[in-house]
Design a protein around this ligand. Structure first.
Ligand code: 13P
Ligand code: SF4
Length: 335
């Protein structure tokens, strides 16, 4: 068997094509060639490693990435992000080939809400509208009325009539933040993101005392005690915009560290300090799922058009409406 045949056979077990890449190869050049040859577009989330961000056609937050996936006329969408993002792209553009460099790039939030358990939970609130954070599986989207991202969650909640009860899944931290922001009484699913729960309250407080000049900026997936001390709360794209427009020169960044690459590029004269995690042995706030994608895996996946995202027709049919509603609310809100 050839190396490619073995790698294809192994794909489901490994999650990626495990083929040696010539270390002298100029991966940037090869990937750019493949993009043109195959009419492919690379969509990358801000949490991807810097070298992937630098070769992407579009870098953005979950909302921007969905909007791009819905609008692109490329034949192949290469998703440099995690599994639920690539699934969302497939739901929005089912006729296109959607590739993910590593199928094992999952998400702790999506994993925290298994559809069979959520179905039972939902049965307890038959009259409630279900709003799900886009960080959930395609199957969960089939049980959802409206999806949201951290950029549009407030707009989505406010679009629901006041007399309607709302279930919010799967992120209890974003849910608690939305209860405060909108004054609505949401029924929360008890899920969290492993990256945004790692920040140390004590170390951040000490850092703020040492650096009173630095603004604390936080993603709403963080726990309430972090959000309460934040100077600004927002999605990744909102945090990036804030750092560009702010008159301040230093920021403590309480979200995944990949976003700092774009912040530093946009404001080279400013200082960005990753918020310190609880962990004593590691100073990084990397998402282990996001960081499974590498430039080598991106190259291999474009060359061999594998791994590909496949979804059953019923999942696309029943799940897509929740994403379309979200995109419509965002369009009306000018997002
Ligand atoms: P946004 O980029 O939409 O803020 O989402 C952050 C995130 O956790 C993606 O996994
Ligand atoms: Fe999921 Fe958190 Fe990683 Fe985003 S940062 S992909 S929410 S585990």
């Amino acid at each position: 068997m050839t190396e490619l045949a073995i790698a294809k056979k192994d794909l489901n077990k490994r999650g990626f094509l495990d083929i040696d890449v010539d270390p002298t190869m100029d991966l940037y050049e090869e990937i750019n060639k493949l993009k043109k040859e195959k009419n492919a577009i690379i969509l990358a989330h801000y949490y991807q490693e810097s070298e992937i961000q630098d070769i992407a056609d579009y870098i953005g937050d979950s909302l921007g990435l969905s909007q791009q996936a819905a609008a692109t006329d490329a034949e192949i969408i290469v998703f440099a992000g995690v599994h639920f993002m690539a699934e969302t792209a497939k739901m929005l553009s089912p006729e296109k080939k959607v590739l993910l460099p590593d199928l094992k790039a999952g998400c702790s939030l999506a994993d925290s809400c298994p559809p069979h358990l959520f179905r039972k939970f939902k049965e307890k609130y038959p009259d409630h509208v279900v709003v799900s954070y886009i960080n959930c599986t395609a199957e969960l989207k089939t049980l959802t009325d409206i999806c949201c991202t951290s950029s549009n969650a407030v707009h989505v909640i406010n679009s629901i009539p006041e007399d309607k009860g709302i279930i919010f899944a799967p992120d209890r931290n974003l849910g608690a933040y939305l209860i405060k922001k909108t004054g609505r009484d949401l029924v929360l699913w008890n899920g969290t993101c492993m990256v945004h729960e790692i920040f140390s309250n004590e170390k951040i407080t000490k850092l703020q005392m040492r650096r009173p000049d630095a603004r604390l900026i936080a993603h709403p997936e963080c726990e309430n005690h972090i959000l309460e001390k934040a100077d600004f709360i927002g999605s990744t794209s909102q945090l990036l915009r804030y750092t560009k427009e702010s008159e301040h020169d230093a920021f403590i960044v309480a979200t995944e560290s990949g976003i700092i690459h774009q912040m530093q590029k946009a404001s080279p004269e400013k200082e960005f300090i990753p918020a310190p995690p609880n962990n004593e042995t590691c100073a990084c706030n990397d998402c282990p799922h996001m960081k499974l994608n590498t430039l080598e895996k991106l190259y291999l996946c474009m060359k061999h058009e594998l791994p590909e995202i496949h979804l059953e027709d019923w999942v696309i049919e029943q799940g897509r409406a929740s994403i379309d509603r979200m995109l419509e609310i965002s369009r009306k809100a000018g997002l």
